[in-house]
Design a protein around this ligand. Structure first.
Ligand SMILES: Nc1ncnc2c1ncn2[C@@H]1O[C@H](COP(=O)(O)OP(=O)(O)OP(=O)(O)O)[C@@H](O)[C@H]1O
Ligand SMILES: [Mg+2]
Length: 343
């Protein structure tokens, strides 16, 4: 067996690896901790994530991606290297890799992803747009001349695309997603309660009572932080209506981006999209009521795909089957595979 092929979802919050024949083998926070003096890597993944906000000046905890794109090239490379080494089956034969990218990536951004992976001695690298990967992961037949609108809302980027004949017919993305919800919660707590809270607290509160549509039954969550006026540790109860108030603005920005994608959808495909509705994927598709708000604003049916946070990596994994067919063709003119070979 030549080194097993691998799919990578290089996300702002999480890095996921899928091995052909095995399934998802890595699903870890995309975080790395480095010693600021010696540049030595102290921790990667969950271990590094747990250090956020808890280290001394000496240890730098970094999320090497932001807004869905690489913001620190060498640390992204270090994270990829760490996990490829962990799962690599052969020292001699390097695998072929499919890596997902936001639909709206520029050539420079694509090149950065390719270079970060190529630095690890890979034989062949193919790119796959996240909405296309999510559709494959959800078991859709994307080879048909039929339009399907998939929106992927992750941590750093929201991506919408209309898929037909193995490619994207219309696509948009914006750097507003789960991280923007957390920032909005932090800002709300500061303004409304004079309470300073950290990222982990905002994330936990969002998962517990976060919503983009009024909840049938009001929920509450105890925010632990520091009083802005006297600096002392304190707790404040936040409820789900306040959460809605905090989160609504970024949620509406994402919905506007999806509406723009709809407006740019070719009329022939629009009929299919209107029939099938909008499909939602990405971790932030789990935000309670986001589907309802989207449905209300677009007047279309909205369906959250099964296991939305993993659709993209599943789809990338399944697409490994057509890696032999992938050729270098940035415009994807041949349309026999959704993959674009870059290396
Ligand atoms: N139950 C939940 N409610 C709200 N948000 C959630 C929930 N579970 C996960 N999330 C959010 O999902 C996001 C992570 O999703 P995902 O793994 O799809 O992102 P990513 O691929 O790392 O990022 P990106 O694609 O934006 O680069 C985080 O922002 C997280 O807060
Ligand atoms: Mg993602």
């Amino acid at each position: 067996m030549i080194g097993t092929d691998i799919a990578i979802d290089l996300g702002t919050a999480n890095i996921k690896l899928y091995m052909d024949g095995t399934g998802v083998v890595v699903n870890e926070p995309n975080v790395i901790a480095v010693d600021a003096y010696s540049d030595r890597i102290v921790a990667v993944g969950r271990e590094a994530y747990d250090l956020i906000g808890r280290t001394s000046d000496r240890i730098r905890v970094v999320k090497p991606m932001s807004g869905g794109v690489i913001s620190d090239f060498s640390l992204t490379d270090a994270v990829i290297r760490h996990y490829l080494k962990q799962v690599s089956t052969s020292r001699v034969f390097m695998p072929r890799v499919v890596v997902t990218i936001p639909g709206g990536s520029t050539e420079v951004q694509k090149r950065a992803v390719v270079d970060a992976i190529a630095a690890n001695g890979i034989r062949k690298i193919c790119l796959l747009e996240a909405p296309v990967a999510a559709a494959i992961g959800a078991g859709m037949d994307i080879t048909r001349p039929r339009g399907t609108l998939v929106a992927v809302v992750g941590e750093g980027v929201s991506d919408a695309g209309v898929i037909s004949l193995n490619g994207l017919s219309a696509s948009r993305s914006i750097p507003v997603a789960g991280a923007a919800f957390n920032e909005a919660i932090i800002e709300y707590a500061r303004k409304k309660f004079d309470l300073l809270i950290g990222e982990h607290t905002a994330e936990a509160a969002k998962r517990a009572i976060g919503c983009a549509y009024p909840m049938k039954q009001l929920k509450t969550y105890m925010l632990k932080g520091r009083d802005q006026t006297n600096g002392l540790p304190t707790c404040v109860e936040m409820n789900s209506d306040q959460m809605l108030e905090a989160i609504l603005e970024p949620a509406i920005k994402i919905i506007r981006m999806i509406q723009t994608t709809l407006e740019e959808t070719p009329p022939e495909l629009m009929t299919d999209v209107a029939h099938e509705g909008i499909l939602l994927a990405g971790g932030s598709a789990l935000l309670s009521g986001f589907d309802q708000l989207l449905s209300k604003k677009t007047k279309m049916r909205v369906r959250v795909l099964d296991d939305p946070q993993n659709c993209v990596i599943y789809g990338a994994g399944l697409s490994l089957r057509s890696i032999d067919k992938a050729k270098f063709d940035p415009k994807n003119g041949n349309r026999t595979t959704p993959l674009i070979a870059y290396y």
